[in-house]
Design a protein around this ligand. Structure first.
Ligand SMILES: [Fe+2]
Length: 187
């Protein structure tokens, strides 16, 4: 009995747009669904990012993967970014491969330690377990990356929603700067 036996399959990714074919699960995050994540309130409801997920069961014997397209833009001087999350199963790791655009991957431990890495086409970022991760588009084009993660990683958005990330990425004199988050609630 092999309850999770799947047929092998292939998916096409357009590296420039990040769009998948066929048949992804698509999640769109607009500014209204990111209320409280940016330091300033937004006065529009523009789209910030979308996630396009290849359909496989979210179970440990599978590898989930998706493209994320973070649009260029800012709320105040803070660049558009993803919500960011810990994995519900904290020890599950993840790999990011940037396909187009440029940005920063901000990672944080629950004790407030942070590491920030560049995202640009061809760069693989390895996110070990226990590190929350958020991607930030610091460029003028969409930031597109492909992520692969263990099927039962799960999502813990609540910890970030409550505490924020220890740092934020803001535009200072026309370029990105990683600065302490004045609203971060240390554990
Ligand atoms: Fe993740």
């Amino acid at each position: 009995m092999t309850p999770h036996l799947l047929e092998p399959f292939s998916v096409h990714i357009d590296f420039e747009s990040g769009l998948l074919s066929p048949d992804p699960v698509v999640l769109v995050r607009r500014l209204s669904s990111l209320a409280g994540y940016f330091l300033q309130n937004a006065d529009t409801d523009s789209e910030v990012y979308s996630v396009h997920e290849i359909r496989v069961p979210a179970e440990r014997d599978h590898l989930l993967s998706s493209t994320t397209i973070v649009l260029p833009g800012k709320v105040g001087d803070e660049y558009y970014m993803t919500k960011g999350h810990f994995h519900a199963n904290r020890d599950r790791s993840e790999i990011y491969l940037t396909l187009s655009g440029e940005g920063l991957l901000v990672m944080a431990l629950e004790n407030g330690t942070t590491v920030t890495k560049e995202m640009r086409p061809g760069v693989v970022n390895y996110v070990p377990g226990h590190w929350a991760h958020r991607s930030v588009n610091t460029g003028s084009e969409p930031l597109v990356f492909y992520a692969v993660y263990i099927g039962d990683a799960g999502y813990d958005y609540a910890t970030i929603a409550e505490r924020g990330f220890p740092v934020v990425v803001v535009d200072r004199d026309g370029g990105p700067s990683v600065v302490p988050n004045p609203r971060y609630l240390a554990p």
